[in-house]
Design a protein. Structure first.
Length: 688
């Protein structure tokens, strides 16, 4: 396979290539072989899910060759790849073993490559994929299938010829005569350093060989040397940066990559201005700004941690604006045919309200960019007004970039950047902006989905819990529900107060296992069953027995706890029964408070013939009963019994003049701390 792969690279004249094999156990492509780049640089691409927006994954799932010869197309459709290899041409082709796709080959060419794939390159790819497929098929038949390993095989570039001794010595002398020459392998390790280079770096050659310069020389880290090295290895384009070694030593460092490594040329800069301001770039070197690359890589990593739309807006405002020296930013979502402003920086709300809610059919730059699936750049306000005569200038803004946020042809929103000075937006920068917009689109879409699920969960929870408690003569009641601080904000906690006649009521609290829509749906069914049984005056023990049978018949695969209390205001007695729920708290008229121990009962939904026992207690005037779920008392490292006693203490010492205030007191501490479980509490006070 290595021989075939090497021939593929040489026959297609690609600058670098990667071979991915499909994992036999999951829909994941694993990097198995590479050429012209290093494992260190590509470690983040070791595993690619077949549904990702990556050419190799697309070629695998669509069973066809993918060709991207246009830098704008690369930036728009494959933003992650475009950030690493801007302006490169990319080809990816599936490898068939029989009728099944077993992997994919991915090749890259530098920006000088024509926009179309050459016939000889297409033929080389087709030949490799056919032969590689036969090899995979044959190895499988022999019982030794080629499987992806933990690390890919890195193929080194072959020399066109081996120099003789005289040529090697001449090359060595040439390097020694340069102001400062150093060679790095594809992993960044120093393989050669001239005397002049070691003098400029202030470290002996023996101490540099085998080390990575940014690790051996800490002062190089401030210049983002490592990030720039990775960019040159991936992109196969020269780059340059300046660095200060000492207060009076300024260096210019140039990087020249190829498939075997990176040649480094160093020179001392004149002491005319500080190195951080000195612009010393030779005409034949393409200058590369390492600062935007470094910041945007950090932005890409930060976006993976965003959860809500506000998080996305805050992240890109904090990191995007400094990377491009932008003054203003507006983030809009596209929903129901309209644009909605969901985040901004550098604008006042009154100005943005003029554009919030505009139709996607409007004749304005955001709508045009989004519906046209292409970015719009205006280098000055004069150019802006030529296209949109009614355009309004905000403050001193004098250049704009309207970046559509699109995922696989589906519009998600628009990102607008504005600048105080006219700006040219060179092609490299335009493609970089479009690439990052692709990452923002993915983060924004994910955040919108999360918030939509969150709204659905809250709506579901609100609909399943009682909208208000019924008025029962002789009783005052209050309840609270607090969703979990993380996750979907929906769970299985429920409560209810049911009138069973003129002087009888039933108080119920329960907790269904799980924190998802399934648990909430079961909670709705369970509450309905409890409410129906209680409304006809069924005793708590019988009620739990019948409800348990209903749950077992439903066979949801989930369990539930439940506490049921029937309050008889004529007999002044209460019947209590529990199905594995936490004990109720009783505050007596004299202020004494206790957790009432009840005969344990099995959780609902375990066995259909479970038996429950009811306990009869007096119900004097002034008695307060507190029913709650475990989210109120459970916490890591705290014994549950100690937590219940602490809750009973708060109930005992709280004022008893208002049941609503008493409820707020009991849930007050819990509402201030992050929660991994939802909370329900129901308080019932006997008035007369």
């Amino acid at each position: 396979m290595a021989t075939l792969f090497r021939h593929l690279v040489t026959d297609s004249d690609a600058s670098s290539a990667m071979l991915f094999l499909l994992s036999p156990k999951e829909p994941v492509l694993q990097l198995s072989m590479l050429y012209g780049t290093s494992w260190t640089v590509l470690s983040s691409w070791a595993r690619i899910h077949v549904e990702e927006a990556v050419p190799a994954a697309e070629a695998t799932r669509e069973r066809r060759m993918v060709w991207v010869g246009d830098s704008e197309e690369l930036a728009l459709h494959y933003p992650r790849l475009a950030l690493m290899v801007p302006e490169h041409a990319v080809a990816a082709a599936p490898i068939f073993s029989g009728a099944a796709v077993q992997g994919a080959a991915c090749l890259l060419w530098p920006p000088s490559h024509p926009r179309r794939l050459r016939p000889e390159e297409a033929a080389a790819i087709e030949t490799f994929c056919r032969r590689a497929g036969l090899l995979l098929q044959r190895s499988t038949r022999r019982g030794h299938p080629l499987l992806p390993g933990k690390r890919p095989m890195a193929l080194t570039a072959e020399r066109s010829r081996t120099p003789d001794q005289a040529e090697a010595l001449a090359a060595h002398d040439y390097a020694m005569r340069l102001p400062g020459a150093m060679s790095l392998d594809l992993e960044g390790r120093i393989t050669f350093v001239s005397n002049a280079a070691s003098d400029l770096l202030g470290v002996g050659a023996a101490d540099l060989l085998g080390a990575r310069p940014w690790e051996r020389l800490r002062w190089l880290g401030g210049s983002d040397f490592e990030d720039l090295f990775r960019a040159t290895v991936i992109g196969h384009q020269p780059a340059q940066f300046n660095v200060t070694r000492a207060p009076d030593v300024y260096l210019s460092i140039e990087l020249y990559p190829d498939a075997s490594g990176v040649s480094v040329h160093m020179a001392a800069l004149p002491r005319t201005t500080p190195a951080c301001q000195h612009q010393h770039v030779l005409p034949f070197v393409e200058a590369t700004e390492s600062k935007p690359f470094h910041l945007l890589m950090h932005l890409a990593a930060s976006l993976t941690e965003t959860v809500r739309v506000s998080d996305v807006a805050e992240t890109i405002a904090n990191q995007f604006l400094p990377a491009f020296d932008a003054t203003g930013l507006v983030l809009m979502t596209a929903s129901e045919g309209r644009l909605r402003v969901v985040g901004h920086r550098g604008y006042d709300t009154a100005f943005l309200s003029l554009f919030d809610g505009h139709s996607l059919a409007s004749d304005n730059p955001p709508a045009k960019a989004l519906t046209g699936h292409g970015p719009l750049f205006f280098t000055s306000f004069d150019e802006f007004q030529q296209t949109y005569p009614e355009a309004v200038q905000y403050g001193t803004r004098n250049a704009w970039a309207f970046l559509p946020l699109i995922i696989r042809g589906r519009p998600v929103g628009i990102l607008v950047l504005s600048f105080d000075r006219p700006r040219r937006f060179p092609p490299t920068e335009r493609n970089l902006l479009v690439s990052v917009a692709g990452l923002v689109a993915q983060a924004l879409d994910r955040a919108c989905l999360h918030e939509a699920r969150d709204d659905l969960a809250r709506t579901l929870q609100t609909g399943l819990l009682p909208q208000r408690l019924p008025a029962v003569p002789g009783l005052r009641a209050a309840a609270r529900y607090l969703p979990a601080a993380h996750g979907m904000d929906v769970g299985g906690d429920f409560y209810d107060l049911i009138r069973c006649g003129t002087a009888i009521a039933t108080a119920v609290i329960g907790d269904v296992q799980g924190h998802n829509v399934r648990a909430a749906a079961l909670m709705g069914q369970l509450r309905t069953a409890v409410h129906t049984h209680a409304a006809v005056g069924m005793r708590p023990d019988d009620l739990l027995t019948r409800t348990n049978q209903v749950m077992c018949d439903l066979d949801p695969g989930l369990f539930a706890s439940c506490l049921c209390i029937q309050l008889d205001l004529v007999r002044r007695r209460a019947l209590l029964a529990t199905a594995g729920h936490l004990p109720p708290l009783l505050r007596h008229p004299d202020g004494r408070t206790e957790a009432l121990a009840l005969p344990p009962g099995l959780l609902l939904g375990i066995v259909a013939d479970a038996h429950y026992v009811a306990v009869d207690i007096p119900l004097p005037s002034g008695l307060t009963l507190a029913l709650y779920t475990d989210g109120l008392v459970e916490a890591p490292g705290i014994d549950i019994d100690d937590a219940i006693r602490a809750l009973a203490g708060r109930l005992a010492h709280a004022p008893n003049d208002d049941i609503e205030s008493l409820t707020e007191t009991l849930v007050g501490d819990a509402s201030l701390n992050p929660r991994t479980d939802d909370i329900a509490i129901l308080l019932v006070h006997v008035t007369n």
